[in-house]
Design a protein around this ligand. Structure first.
Ligand code: ZN
Length: 357
């Protein structure tokens, strides 16, 4: 393996960016270097320090690490050394910046290129709104002008009409670029020059007539199916469980398993914490290839299910992975959360008294 240096920190210029909204990690926190197949860590005068196996190391001194060492930034921000071991060439694992389109509808995701970065998230604390500030996700511009990624020959469409970004396989962001006839989301005209987030089931129109098919624009997108949970009619209180409610209850087993699986991964600091363990994992696995295929197959997991249950396609930005789990892992009738009670032990809802088994 060639000798390499990775600067780790919150600053987007770092090679390994920690997306830490709580600022526990410094902008320029540490330097991880690989020389003659040995890995060294150096604390670059960070505010909260670098810990190896729980012990704070001295600043500005290179410390030799083994694969088994647990490397932690600040108090509790584990770094997965596997990321640094696994890459045998100059490509680091990272988010993808651009997309390429040959013609109108073809493009590719998940190509690793030089200069890309690894970005890791806190699985519990990072909120969607914070994540959205990072512009790493693929986007397309749409308009009549030939400079757009997608060119639409229609006089109702402005030269530079709108920009759509795929934030996650189940979330998009739309910005109207000050078009004459506007951009509509679910028949509602959106405020121009401002970014709006929606679930993938939103219907986007340029002007009043030109409906977009998101699947054509982003082949990797997963169009959420909206599920409207039954509201709790008063008469239903204490009534026997319906077939639909029963099905919904049994679906919760998968939600529970996914949650536990992620917790376990996250607890094992050196494996899978970063990209695989976060709500945002879901988020970005579509572009990093590999890691996320299984998650994607599940329709976006907990987050997808949560978003699919919302009455509106507009996305709340203050959602964390934990929130999504708690709100999704809930009684199908009254929506009371089962909190973290193991699925196998849930026999009835303590609030509405519905019996599940
Ligand atoms: Zn209930």
């Amino acid at each position: 393996m060639a000798n390499k240096k990775f600067i780790i920190g919150r600053d987007p210029k770092c090679d390994y960016v920690i997306f830490d909204s709580k600022n526990r990690v410094s902008r320029i926190h540490a330097e991880l270097s690989i020389a003659d197949e040995k890995i060294y860590i150096k604390d670059l005068n960070s505010l909260n320090g670098v810990f190896v196996n729980g012990i704070k190391v001295q600043s500005n001194i290179s410390i030799l690490l083994t694969k088994k060492d647990k490397l932690t930034l600040s108090y509790d921000y584990p770094v997965d050394l596997a990321h640094f071991h696994s890459d045998s060439d100059d490509h680091t694992k990272v988010l993808q910046h651009g997309i390429e389109i040959d013609g109108k509808h073809k493009h590719e995701f998940g190509v690793y290129k030089d200069g890309q970065k690894t970005v890791v998230f806190d699985r519990d604390k990072t909120q969607i709104g914070e994540m959205l500030q990072m512009d790493n996700s693929p986007f397309v511009t749409i308009g009549r002008g030939s400079e757009n990624r997608i060119v639409v020959n229609d006089t109702n469409i402005s030269r530079n009409h709108c920009c759509i970004r795929m934030l996650t396989p189940v979330m998009i962001e739309v910005e109207d670029l000050g078009s004459s006839n506007g951009t509509f989301a679910d028949e509602e005209k959106i405020i121009p020059n401002k970014r709006h987030q929606y679930t993938s089931s939103v219907q986007i129109k340029l002007g009043k007539t030109c409906a977009l098919n998101l699947k054509d624009i982003f082949p990797d997108i997963q169009i959420l199916q909206r599920k409207n949970l039954t509201a709790p009619p008063a008469a239903n209180f204490g009534a026997a469980i319906t077939k639909k409610e029963s099905e919904m209850f049994f679906e919760l087993e998968d939600i529970w398993k996914e949650y536990i699986d992620r917790q376990n991964k996250a607890n094992n600091a050196n494996i899978g914490y970063s990209i695989g363990g976060s709500i945002l994992a879901l988020a970005f696995t579509g572009f990093t290839g590999g890691v996320g295929t299984a998650l994607l197959a599940g329709g976006g997991g907990i987050l997808g299910r949560y978003l699919g249950q919302q009455a509106s396609n507009k996305i709340r930005n203050d959602l964390t992975y934990e929130d999504a789990f708690l709100q999704t892992y809930a009684c199908p009738r009254c929506k009371e959360s089962f909190q973290k009670k193991p699925w196998i032990t849930v026999r009835e809802c303590l609030k509405c008294k519905i019996k599940f088994r």
